[in-house]
Design a protein around this ligand. Structure first.
Ligand code: KG4
Ligand code: ZN
Length: 361
């Protein structure tokens, strides 16, 4: 008997990317479309929630149509419809969830509300078979956490940031250095030309026990250096200064992340965990950070896995995949699911308790 792969449509609208993808349970990404709203937000130097929500509303239906078309899949052939149900900018999440519910209802398919962070957390399993448990470093624009991933819906948090997320620190640094928006890729590009040893920047939390992070002190130090270099008048930095400061900032972040991962790996391993260190989220697209984290994992007798950069930044393939994982376990959601602006991973609870769409937050 031939067992056909299950097919799920995924929708992502929690921030400034409108995305739709069709993925099947044999790990085939049949389509993966991401429409960035960068140009709409650029004049404001950051994401404006209302502009984001309206833009999702304008573009999502066409994008879904194209994703199905490219995949060569009709609604009737889907096994489920997944959408990011939170956490995120709530207007956008509403647009994605309502669209997914409508498609699911019209085609009589199960609806799956996916936690955006779980989308990132399980994305490495879309690329290759990867057993639970593994240690996850989740680094994005809104989050910086270390978690033991024990299964779908089953997370144990080891540490988190006490102030800013690491992606936020990249974005603010880019702004201070006049590198523009979005910040992360701009800092990475500038850092390639820079001297990481020129500026002595703080490494918050380095050498401390535990797996928490802090980035506000580093951000402030970057601001002071940038002001000193521009003689405090807010003038644009010389390209050489900007590159050196970007490289010094990135080196400080790399060292802190590696240190925290070292502690978390020790804790994970002492609890019997033998799985790898998985790095996910938008900041995991950064090649210099990946290289440093791979060294840290190796030093701990482990290895590092990071999805390809296009799967690290926000996309709908990871949402479709997380939907497939939940569908396989019967963890579908009711049409009464309410989008959640905040939805910590640990609130997903253990297997079973996450089913049915009841509010676990
Ligand atoms: O996961 P993501 O796409 O959206 C959130 O869920 O937040 O992450 C976005 C964050 C932004 O802060 C962006 O500047 C950062 O990821 N980012 C990077 C790089 N590419 C994206 N940070 C450092 N280096 C990069 N290459
Ligand atoms: Zn994300």
């Amino acid at each position: 008997m031939i067992v056909l792969p299950r097919i799920v449509l995924g929708i992502e609208t929690s921030c400034d990317e409108t995305a739709a993808a069709v993925v099947d349970s044999s790990r085939r990404i049949r389509s993966n479309l991401v429409l960035s709203q960068l140009d709409e937000h650029r004049p404001y130097g950051g994401v404006v929630p209302e502009i984001a929500a309206r833009s999702h509303l304008d573009h999502l239906d066409k994008l879904v149509e194209r994703a199905l078309e490219e995949a060569g899949v009709a609604c009737a052939e889907l096994d489920g419809v997944a959408a990011t149900g939170g956490p995120g900018l709530i207007g956008g999440v509403f647009v994605g969830v309502m669209t997914a519910k409508a498609i699911a209802a019209a085609s009589a398919k199960p609806f799956l509300a996916v936690n955006h962070l779980e989308g990132h957390a399980l994305s490495a399993r879309l690329m290759e078979p990867l057993d639970f448990p593994y240690l996850l470093l989740l680094i994005s624009g809104g989050h910086c956490q270390l978690l033991a991933v024990r299964g779908v819906g089953c997370y144990e948090r080891y540490g988190t940031t006490v102030d800013d997320a690491v992606g936020e620190a990249f974005d603010k640094t880019a702004k201070l250095l006049g590198l523009g928006y979005p910040g992360g890729p701009a800092v990475e590009r500038a850092a390639e030309e820079g001297d990481p040893t020129r500026f002595d920047l703080p490494r918050p939390m380095l050498g401390r026990p535990g797996a928490d992070f802090s980035f506000s002190g580093l951000k402030t130090a970057v601001r002071h250096k940038a002001m000193a270099l521009s003689a405090g008048d807010g003038a644009a930095l010389e390209p050489r200064d900007a590159a050196d400061l970007a490289a010094s900032f990135q080196a400080a972040v790399a060292e802190v992340l590696a240190d925290r991962c070292g502690n978390a790996l020790a804790r994970f391993q002492s609890g019997g965990g033998s799985g790898p260190l998985v790095v996910a989220g938008g900041v995991a697209a950064n090649q210099a950070l990946r290289a440093r984290l791979a060294e840290a994992a190796e030093a701990a007798g482990s290895r590092m896995i990071a999805p390809p950069p296009w799967l690290c930044t926000d996309n709908a393939a990871m949402i479709a995949w997380a939907g497939l994982e939940r569908l396989a376990l019967g963890l579908t959601d009711g049409f009464d699911f309410a989008p959640r602006p905040r939805w910590p991973l640990e609130a997903l609870g253990s297997l079973g308790s996450a089913a049915g769409g009841e509010d676990a937050a």
